[in-house]
Design a protein around this ligand. Structure first.
Ligand SMILES: [Zn+2]
Length: 513
C-alpha cells in the first residue's frame, strides 16, 4: 500500500463501565466483541483503535463508597483496577483505558459544557419531580409502576431544586432527520425502531446538573461552582476525551459504539443531541446487543447469579468461554447463559470437532513421516475439502461484517466437520498399511494440514490462544503467524515439519457445584 494512502480507520468503544461493582458477564461479552472485531479488522489492514474504561461519578458511586466508609476516589480506584485486571487477565485488548476521573477528561467535559452554555443551549431553571436515587434520574408519574420505580421497585423521592438544563428537545427534529438519512446509524434495526418510537413523543430537555448540597462527587460546572455535572453528560464524552488527549481526533468520524440495550436511550437520544449542540459529528454507528439471562432473569448480583469472567476462564479456558458467548448469542437478541451449555460446546464443537481433527492429523503426520509434510497430489475429495474452506472463509467474513458472529463460527465449523469426514472417508490410517500407498497418505495429510492452517487463520479473531497453539503445532511459531494467510497449497514448503500434537481443549464432565 503506498505510504500516502491512509489506512481506513475503525474506532471501537465499549461502554465506559459504571464503577459501582465488579465486572460481570455482560461487560465481558461487550469486551469480547470489541476484541473479535479489532482482531478481524486489523488482520484485514484497518487501523483499529479500541477504548474502554470506567465511569466513576454520580450518586450511586458516592453511596456505595459512603456505605463502605471510603472516599469515592478510593472506591473507584479499586473498582477501576478490577476492570482493568479482568480484561488484561483475559487477554481482552484495548488501546486506551479512560477513567472519567482523569484530569484531562474532566477538563474536556468542562470545555464542552462552557461551549454549549455559551451557545445558549444550557439554561438555568427550577424543577420539581420524582427522583429515583438508584436510577439517578427523575421519573414522570406515568412511568412509575404502582407509584414505584420500574427498575428498583422503590418509591421515588419528591425533590424540588434549581438546576441547569440542556435544550435537548430543540434537537429532536434534527435527530429524526439524521435517523432518516442514515438508516444504519442504530443497529440492529429493532433498536432503531424503538428509538423512533420514543421520538414520536416530545423528548423534552435534560437536567444536566446536580447541586453540590445533594451530591458533590462529579465534575464541577465551569459556569457555576455550586453544581456538578450529571453523570451521563460527563460519561458520554469519555468516548472523545482520550482522542483529544492523544492527538487522534482523526479517528472520531470512524467511531462505532458497542453497547448493551439497557443504555440505548442515553446513546441514541442524549448523546447525538449533545454532539449536535457541541457542533461535533455524530458517531458512525451504534451497535446494540441484548442481555445474557442467567437463571431466566437479568443478571444481577443481588439475586446471586453473577457470572465472573475470571471464574469462567479458570474453569474452561478463555477461548472456550469466548466461543460459547459468540456461538450462542445472536447479536442484538437476548440469550440464556448456562455452564452446562458452555460445557456442551466445549466437549462437542471444540474438543470433538477441532481438537480431535488436530490431534488425529498431527499424530499421523508424526507416525508416518516424522512430522515432515509430504507433496500434494490433488484428487477429487481433496478439491472438495479445499472448496469447503474457501466457502467458510468467504461466508464467515461476510457474517462478521454483518455482526452475525454465531453464523461465522457455524460456517467455519461446517468446514471443520467436513475435514473430519474427509479423514474417515479417505482413511489414511488404512492406506498406510500398504507401503506403496504412502505417497497418497502424505498427500492426504498435506490437505489436512492446510485445513488446520486455514482454521487457525480463520479462528484467530474468535479464539486467539487456540489459533496460536494450533499454528505452533503446525510449525508456525508466533512470529510467523502472518504467514498463515496464504493460498491453499502454498503454506508448507518441502521439508516443513509439524510438531507432535498436544490437546487443544480439555474435556469437562460437569460444572462444579
Ligand atoms: Zn430506579
Amino acid at each position: 500500500m503506498p505510504e500516502n494512502v491512509a489506512r481506513e480507520s475503525l474506532y471501537l468503544t465499549t461502554p465506559i463501565f459504571y464503577a459501582n461493582a465488579e465486572p460481570h458477564l455482560g461487560h465481558a461479552y461487550t469486551m469480547v466483541l470489541a476484541d473479535v472485531l479489532a482482531r478481524f479488522w486489523r488482520a484485514r489492514g484497518r487501523d483499529v483503535f479500541v477504548v474502554t474504561g470506567t465511569d466513576e461519578h454520580g450518586d450511586k458511586i458516592a453511596q456505595v463508597a459512603a456505605a463502605a466508609g471510603v472516599a469515592p476516589k478510593a472506591h473507584t480506584d479499586r473498582v477501576s483496577g478490577q476492570f482493568r485486571a479482568a480484561w488484561d487477565g483475559a487477554g481482552l485488548r484495548y488501546d486506551h483505558f479512560v477513567r472519567t476521573t482523569d484530569p484531562q477528561h474532566q477538563r474536556f467535559v468542562q470545555k464542552i459544557l462552557a461551549d454549549i452554555h455559551a451557545r445558549g443551549d444550557i439554561y438555568f431553571g427550577s424543577y420539581r419531580g420524582l427522583y429515583c436515587y438508584g436510577c439517578e434520574r427523575f421519573y414522570q408519574e406515568r412511568e412509575l409502576v404502582d407509584g414505584r420505580c420500574p427498575d428498583h421497585g422503590t418509591p421515588p423521592a419528591e425533590i424540588a431544586e434549581e438546576n441547569y438544563f440542556f435544550r435537548m428537545g430543540a434537537y429532536q427534529e434534527r435527530l429524526l432527520q439524521l435517523l432518516d438519512d442514515r438508516p444504519d446509524l442504530i443497529f440492529p434495526d429493532g433498536y432503531r425502531r424503538e428509538v423512533l418510537g420514543v421520538l414520536r413523543e416530545p423528548i423534552g430537555d435534560l437536567c444536566i446538573s446536580r447541586p453540590k448540597t445533594r451530591l458533590d462527587w462529579g465534575i464541577e460546572l465551569p459556569f457555576d461552582d455550586r453544581y456538578v455535572t450529571y453523570v451521563w453528560f460527563d460519561a458520554l464524552f469519555s468516548y472523545m476525551s482520550p482522542l483529544e488527549a492523544l492527538g487522534r481526533m482523526d479517528l472520531w468520524p470512524s467511531v462505532e459504539h458497542l453497547i448493551a440495550k439497557d443504555i440505548l436511550k442515553q446513546h441514541a437520544i442524549f448523546w447525538p443531541t449533545m454532539l449536535m449542540a457541541a457542533d461535533l459529528p455524530v458517531y458512525r454507528r451504534l451497535c446494540v446487543h441484548g442481555y445474557w439471562q442467567v437463571n431466566e432473569g437479568k443478571m444481577s448480583k443481588s439475586i446471586g447469579n453473577v457470572v465472573r469472567p475470571g471464574d469462567m476462564k479458570a474453569r474452561y479456558g478463555m477461548d472456550a468461554f469466548r466461543y460459547y458467548l459468540l456461538r450462542d448469542m445472536a447479536f442484538g437478541q437476548d440469550a440464556d447463559f448456562s455452564e452446562v451449555g458452555l460445557i456442551a460446546r466445549l466437549n462437542g464443537d471444540l474438543a470433538n470437532g477441532l481438537g480431535n481433527l488436530a490431534s488425529r492429523v498431527l499424530a499421523m503426520q508424526q507416525r508416518y513421516f516424522k512430522g515432515v509434510v509430504q507433496p500434494r497430489a490433488e484428487e477429487p475429495p481433496d478439491a472438495q475439502l479445499r472448496e469447503a474452506f474457501a466457502v467458510a472463509r468467504r461466508s464467515s467474513d461476510a457474517h462478521v461484517e454483518a455482526f452475525a458472529f454465531h453464523r461465522a463460527l457455524e460456517e467455519i465449523w461446517r468446514a471443520i466437520e467436513q475435514a473430519n469426514r474427509y479423514v474417515t472417508e479417505t482413511a489414511p490410517f488404512t492406506l498406510a498399511k500398504d507401503p506403496a500407498r504412502l505417497p497418497r497418505v502424505g498427500a492426504i495429510l498435506h490437505e489436512l494440514c492446510e485445513a488446520l492452517r486455514t482454521s487457525a487463520q480463520l479462528l484467530e479473531p474468535f479464539l486467539p490462544e487456540t489459533a496460536v497453539r494450533l499454528a505452533e503445532q503446525l510449525g508456525f511459531p508466533p512470529p510467523r503467524l502472518a504467514e498463515l494467510d496464504l493460498p491453499w497449497g502454498q503454506a508448507f514448503p518441502p521439508a516443513h515439519r509439524t510438531a507432535a500434537p498436544q490437546a487443544l481443549f480439555p474435556r469437562i464432565d460437569a460444572p462444579p457445584d
